[in-house]
Design a protein around this ligand. Structure first.
Ligand SMILES: [Zn+2]
Length: 587
């Protein structure tokens, strides 16, 4: 539709590998929202603009940006001199090298986490995290001598930097120590070995260099630098590092949550920043997209049981055949995805509509008209759901990921099951997702005369004779409601926005290109450690100050590598955030 995505920024970025069912709680860290939009090219793929109604816009909608309000860039005032000094320091080659070495050393410790690990103390594979702790202790001496360090469940870490004003809510910065395992068969395909931490002058190489040791190291470098500069915070700063984000999170962030609540109480932090989306260019606009929501999660196990027997005298339908018809039903009637104005993704769209310079006027009109036209909203929704990648942003998704049934060719299968993975839309719920499965399968259960038990409840009359049974369960007890949506009309959102903009304006990229940045709230389709942290603050942001070019080849794949210059920008971001939060009593 006559628009282009800046090839300098995006064309060099190969596709990111989707995460496997094994890491079902793992997050597609970094730029997920941005990346999905870029990948889809949904604006290009839609070619039936003439079929759209000709929407009449309110005149002021197009001339004001009210629908995507922007905070001004925010640099420290009270700490202006310190900020200036540190900005100068961060420009130096020596500082970059220090940060690079810190990240390289952290990458060299292979802190892999696996699905199905036994708890800490029972599974020796956790012990490598002790090596990382030794490394961090040596690399960040001021942090470890000046801050209160609490180990939680042995390998979780909480750093507490006490502020002088105890009445101010502390801020919480989070990252995770673990990385996804490297497949030994792929080691030969790495440009530099996956645990080398090698610096080639541009990138730091290795598993975890992007996800999530860049953030972890950037936070610690910022703290160490602030300590060395003599900074004394008024507002306390708390840092929490989990160690199994890539598997379940229960040993790390799950236990850290208990510790944080017991130390600080519920709703006790001004805000939380954890890994998440970053910034990137869409349709001529440069957007930073802090995620203010996360989808929910449910694995539905569909199990069909029916009489066994010899295959030579089979019934018309076996357990496997019945199950297959149910799976066909799922795929023939996907979860309806309807765009909702109250969702983060809608906010992303309206910001793109308001600010992207190269968006087609038809699409811009449609987005802007959808603000108060239900017809336009439906049209927009219909366009988005044509592509699976944007459909995933709009609604609940389902994927049949596991199947099992039968043991022998001459024995009728007495049982067969499949698991359907659901990522639940932020405007839906676990209950609604369960009910959807029940409603979908009940007619088939009736057709095959199966009794039905769904999520612990008898749906059919257990006293009535049946041919077999249908049982629906939460397969791994891993259900998760969609995260509460972080408000964007708050002081902390303005502070985060202003900090992102100020960090961008201080970067060499801005100085060279002069591209203005727009903040657009967004959503994560995966989950982060923040899924454990809902009760400690309403203001949860999933954001890493990087764009797609910061990574050589994405995350969770071979040739994970992170640009040294991007690492320095992350340090600048966390430094600016800490200083801004310190002089914002309204948080
Ligand atoms: Zn991560």
């Amino acid at each position: 539709m006559g628009t282009t995505v800046n090839p300098v920024i995006f064309d060099q970025s190969p596709p990111r590998k989707a995460f496997s069912w094994k890491s079902r709680f793992s997050v597609l860290c970094g730029w997920i929202t941005a990346y999905l939009l870029i990948r889809t090219g949904w604006i290009y793929s839609y070619d039936d603009w003439n079929a759209l109604p000709n929407f009449k816009l309110k005149a002021d909608v197009l001339v004001t940006k009210d629908l995507c309000t922007q905070a001004p860039p925010l640099t420290p005032h009270t700490h202006a001199e310190l900020y200036k000094n540190l900005s100068g320091l961060y420009e130096s080659a020596a500082f970059k090298l220090t940060a690079v070495q810190a990240l390289g050393g952290a990458v060299q410790v292979p802190t892999e986490s696996y699905d199905g690990m036994a708890p800490v103390g029972q599974d020796a594979r956790w012990e490598v995290f002790g090596k990382l702790h030794e490394y961090l202790l040596a690399e960040f001496p001021l942090v470890h001598s000046s801050l209160k360090v609490t180990k939680v469940n042995t390998y979780g870490i909480v750093y507490h930097w006490q502020g002088t004003d105890k009445s101010l809510k502390p801020i919480l910065l989070a990252a995770h120590q673990d990385v996804v395992p490297v497949d030994p068969l792929t080691v030969k395909d790495w440009v530099h070995p996956p645990y080398s931490g090698y610096y080639d002058g541009t990138y730091v190489w290795g598993r975890g260099s992007v996800d999530d040791k860049a953030s972890l190291v950037a936070i610690l470098v910022a703290l160490e630098t602030l300590l060395a500069s003599g900074f004394v915070p008024e507002r306390s700063i708390v840092v929490a590092f989990g160690f199994d984000e890539e598997s379940s999170g229960t040993e790390g962030a799950g236990r850290l949550f208990d510790e944080l609540v017991s130390q600080y109480g519920k709703d006790s932090f001004a805000f939380l920043v954890d890994e998440g989306a970053g910034f990137g260019e869409f349709y001529g606009g440069l957007f930073a997209i802090p995620a203010i929501g996360e989808k929910g999660y449910l694995d539905v196990k569909v199990e069909v049981s029916s009489p066994g027997g010899h295959s030579s005298v089979p019934p018309r339908h076996t357990s496997i055949g019945i199950l297959a018809s149910m799976l066909v039903k799922y795929e023939s009637e996907p979860y309806p995805a309807v765009l909702n104005r109250a969702t983060p993704f809608y906010q992303t769209l309206t910001c793109i509509g308001a600010y992207a310079q190269d968006i087609s006027e038809d699409l811009r009109k449609l987005i802007l008209a959808s603000i108060d036209s239900d017809v336009a909203l439906t049209e927009l929704s219909n366009i988005l759901v044509q592509d699976p990648l944007t459909e995933a942003q709009v609604g609940t998704t389902q994927a049949i990921d596991l199947i099992n049934g039968g043991v022998k060719t001459n024995a009728l299968p007495e049982s067969a099951w499949a698991i359907i993975n659901h990522r639940i839309a932020v405007d839906s719920s676990v209950k609604a997702t369960m009910e959807r499965s029940i409603d979908l399968l009940l007619p088939l259960a009736s057709k095959f005369n199966l009794s039905v038990t769904a999520f612990g409840e008898n749906i059919t009359d257990a006293s009535v004779p049946s041919y077999g049974s249908l049982t629906l369960t939460d397969a791994f007890d891993g259900q998760l409601e969609p995260a509460p949506i972080t408000p964007t009309d708050s002081a902390s959102y303005r502070l985060l926005s202003g900090t992102i903009l100020a960090t961008h304006k201080a970067s060499s990229a801005y100085k060279n290109l002069g591209r203005e940045m727009v903040i657009a709230p967004g959503m994560m389709t995966g989950n982060t450690d923040t899924k454990f942290y809902w009760d400690i603050t309403r203001n949860i942001y999933r954001y890493g100050h990087s764009d797609a070019t910061a990574a050589y080849a994405g995350i969770h794949t071979i040739n994970e590598a992170y640009k040294a210059s991007a690492l320095v920008e992350q340090v600048r971001f966390f430094t600016t955030l800490i200083l801004n939060a310190d002089e914002a009593p309204e948080l």
